[in-house]
Design a protein around this ligand. Structure first.
Ligand code: AMP
Ligand code: MG
Length: 321
């Protein structure tokens, strides 16, 4: 059952225990999990019924806590000073020692960060003492919730608790700004902080191409970024076994003979497999290159629940590049 809570400390204890908690921000209600707990992050995708993994925004109580996970340059610090807490999300290179789950960043080398401007969200984040990954607290393909009643309609029985935070300002998502390349700042999603206000702090900002206004620009759009988080070795799908010169991404009992092995879930648990997916791809890619293997063979994943998102990710990784 989903509890309706009024106490941020109680909600924080659930987050620390690996449970999902929906909470209010000034934009919309977020579906939060401990960003360092990969199974809890996998549970977000499960609860939303998302057929693919996209990178989630990590929420922090203050900029200092955020900078522990990423490399923040002068631009990031100036923007944080100007707009945090507030509806501005910054995409920055993740630190090598960041403990944020790879799944929260969908395997990317960057993380999206924000300090929300809602007193109760800040109280929750302070009490949680861990970054909180949170997309909007709706089922996949449905509108973002702006009240606890909306969240309960969407997710009752699928999350441990909703922290009552009143009504959110309707229809204002956070602006998402990519600062991950030293060259330029690029707006990936327009939102609560206008591009002009961002430009006033850091100079010219690349803009997303509006829908229907021609081809999307180059390397910066999140859509294109999504096609990048693939291993460098070719990936072979629906494999029963791997040859000695292949690495095997196993799901369930693994046949012998592979040149390298990563077990997603011996017990065929899809949440465990989702939690380990990006670590597995990275580990096998590294092992494969070290050992001169020719590719990665991936065992079949059932097309149900989180399996759909795993299959989507593997299919993208296997697509010709
Ligand atoms: P939502 O969780 O619904 O607020 O959406 C998060 C937005 O941030 C999406 O548009 C994501 O594609 C974008 N995003 C999150 N992390 C990253 C990242 N590391 N790189 C680029 N875009 C990101
Ligand atoms: Mg959403």
């Amino acid at each position: 059952m989903t509890a309706l809570l009024h106490d941020a400390a109680e909600a924080a204890a659930l987050l620390r225990a690996g449970e999902l908690v929906a909470f209010a921000t000034e934009t919309v209600y977020g579906l939060g999990a401990d960003a360092r707990n990969d199974r809890a992050v996998a549970a977000i995708f499960e609860a939303k019924g998302r057929p693919h993994f996209n990178p989630l925004i990590c929420h922090f109580p203050d900029a200092e806590a955020a900078w522990a996970e990423v490399r923040a340059d002068g631009r990031a610090r100036a923007l944080a000073a100007a707009f945090w807490p507030g509806p501005l999300t910054l995409v920055l290179p993740r630190r090598a020692d960041s403990r944020v789950a790879l799944l929260a960043g969908a395997g990317l080398d960057t993380l999206a960060l924000r300090v929300p401007a809602h007193p109760q969200a800040l109280a929750l984040l302070r009490a949680a003492g861990t970054p909180v990954a949170a997309p909007s607290a709706n089922r996949s393909g449905r509108v973002s919730p702006t009240s606890s009643a909306h969240v309960l309609e969407e997710l009752s029985g699928r999350v441990a608790a909703v922290l009552e935070g009143g009504e959110c300002a309707v229809g204002v998502e956070s602006s998402v700004l990519d600062l991950s390349s030293p060259g330029g700042a690029a707006l990936l999603r327009p939102g609560g902080v206008p591009a002009e206000a961002i430009a006033a702090v850091v100079g010219p900002v690349g803009r997303p191409v509006p829908p229907g206004a021609g081809p999307a620009p180059t390397h910066r759009s999140p859509g294109l970024l999504l096609s990048h988080y693939a291993p460098t070795l070719p990936l072979r799908l629906e494999a029963d076994a791997a040859a000695p010169d292949e690495a095997l991404l196993a799901f369930g009992p693994a046949p012998p003979g592979a040149g390298a092995l990563f077990q997603l879930s011996a017990a065929r648990d899809l949440r465990e497999a989702a939690a380990r997916l990006f670590a597995g791809l990275r580990a096998l890619d590294a092992a494969g290159q070290r050992q001169g293997l020719r590719g990665i063979a991936a065992m079949p994943i059932p097309a149900e629940g989180l399996g759909e998102a795993i299959r989507d990710r593997l299919a993208r990784a296997a697509a010709p590049r």
